[in-house]
Design a protein around this ligand. Structure first.
Ligand code: UN1
Length: 484
């Protein structure tokens, strides 16, 4: 069984204390996939030291040249899409077809940021003094710590690492413990693309040791994190204490509103897609749907028709349309939310059960689940579940729906289904989220568009597109005075 090592200073290194972490397939938890090696604090410090050293030369390279390496990485990633996708499917359960799509999305992001190395990174400003040439330029921050989740084990790391690198930073990356093997495959791609030693370092391990050492390390200039609100908050307070820059992408409780004039078939399809794709394990997943009372019954029928087409099973099988949840921990969290929904008086309209362990190799399979008779006070309408669970709420009208949709601590994405232009524009203006959809699914992101949320969903600076420059660079303002 393969042992996957850490990548520090351009070398693949075993942990000095000999510890290993076993990785099992969530679709078949007795199947061992491989081992990773949890780094010790000393090894994390070594990685930061290597990143610091390589920053001195990496920042001197031209952005065009740095972009060229990203372009090579994109080609290599694409060529290895099948193998990397299979590894990730076995490691965290996402369906192979979804995983392949994600790897190709990773390649598209790399190509976007390769090109970013050719775009403007500063501006010339007028000066009060006619002898002055005044301009601002963007400069890298130094060593950036990239901390990523298991639910997009390829795309999220790449959408953080690619801009970090093209703008001249070096990186120490701590992936989720659940997807350490996939992370090794990604680091290999960057190595094969010719990234100089120490520019990207990969340290597997726990949040407690690896995460904390990174966050508290005086040589880390900035931290970009996607994950839970609980961890994000701890991380932010530590970062503030040391005046480090931080960027957080946290939870969501993304609503869909369906009005009576909408295309109900489209709305039902995209609501189910939004809720159940990736087994609901997306921060952008649809988790609440507010339906105008006049079409409530009809819409429920359409939702049931859509959801009943889902076939749950091992994501390596082509006919399967929903895989397992990623781990035992996820399985327990999601089933406890389902129980809470029942306890608090919501009605199960579909699913609600774990699949028979005897038939399904004791894999972490849960039926796609729809709750009716939900009110906004219920836990299932308030907390992020991160599983295949949708709460349906009946509302009086658009205004009622908007008020309830906004009544949440989160503000990532939201979607309105309507053909009414006035309501569509009102929603764009008044929905308290970072990403609004009209007649679209709450999930999904394009590499060139800013990604992120309002309220407790994000820390402010957006990821992806040119918005990423805001986080991964600092301004340097330059004034040159001449005398002729
Ligand atoms: C998507 O909806 O395709 O962790 C992207 C997440 C988000 C990314 C979602 N940061 O689910």
């Amino acid at each position: 069984m393969t042992k996957y090592l850490n990548f520090i200073g351009g070398e693949w290194k075993d942990s000095k204390n000999g510890a290993v972490k076993e990785h099992y397939n969530p679709a078949n938890p007795s199947q061992l996939i491989g081992y990773t090696v949890p780094a010790t604090a000393d090894e994390v410090n070594e990685a930061v030291g290597q990143a610091k050293l390589s920053f001195l030369t990496w920042k001197q390279r031209s952005p065009v040249e740095r972009g060229e390496i990203l372009r090579k990485a994109a080609d290599l990633l694409e060529a290895q899409a099948q193998g990397i996708a299979e590894t990730a499917t076995k490691e965290m359960g996402k369906r192979l077809i979804e995983m392949k799509g994600e790897v190709l999305r990773g390649a598209a992001i790399l190509r976007y940021y390769a090109q970013e190395g050719m775009r403007k990174q500063g501006e010339v400003l007028p000066s009060a003094n006619s002898q002055n040439t005044l301009y601002s330029m963007r400069v890298p921050l130094g060593v950036v710590s990239v901390i990523t989740p298991w639910n997009f084990p390829v795309a999220i790391p790449i959408w953080k690492i690619a801009p970090a690198l093209v703008y001249g930073n070096t990186v120490v990356w701590k992936p989720s413990q659940e997807t350490g093997i996939t992370a090794v495959k990604i680091a290999e791609v960057f190595e094969q693309a010719g990234l100089p030693a120490g520019v990207l370092n990969l340290v597997n391990g726990s949040g407690e040791i690896v995460g904390n050492t990174l966050v508290e390390h005086p040589e880390i200039a900035a931290i970009t994190f996607t994950g839970s609100n609980r961890v994000g908050r701890q991380l932010a307070s530590k970062a503030v204490a040391q005046n480090k820059k931080y960027q957080l992408e946290l939870g969501g409780k993304n609503p869909v509103i369906v009005l009576e004039d909408a295309d109900l078939d489209l709305a039902a399809k995209l609501t189910i897609d939004g809720a159940m794709k990736q087994t609901g394990q997306r921060c952008t997943a649809t988790s609440r749907v507010y339906v105008e009372q006049s079409i409530y019954e009809t819409f429920i029928e359409k939702l049931l028709e859509q959801v009943s087409q889902i076939k749950v099973g091992d994501g390596l099988e082509e006919t399967v349309t929903m895989g397992p949840v990623a781990s035992k921990k996820q399985f327990e969290t999601v089933t406890s939310y389902i129980n809470k929904g029942i306890e608090e008086g919501a009605e199960i309209l579909y699913g609600g059960q774990a699949l028979d362990a005897a038939v399904y190799n004791s894999g972490y399979f849960i039926e796609p689940t729809i709750f009716g008779k939900v009110t906004n006070e219920m836990t299932i309408a308030r907390e992020e579940i991160f599983g295949p669970v949708l709460a349906v709420v009946k509302v009086e009208n658009y205004t009622d729906a908007l008020t309830q949709a906004n009544d949440t601590i989160y503000g990532l994405s939201a979607s309105l289904f309507t053909n009414n232009l006035d309501k569509a524009f009102d929603f764009i203006k008044n929905s308290e989220v970072g990403m609004v959809q009209i007649n679209g699914e709450t999930g999904g992101a394009e590499p060139q568009a800013p990604f992120g949320g309002m309220k407790e969903s994000s820390s402010g600076t957006r990821e992806q597109g040119q918005a990423a420059m805001e986080f991964f660079t600092a301004y340097k303002t330059v004034a040159i005075t001449t005398n002729l």
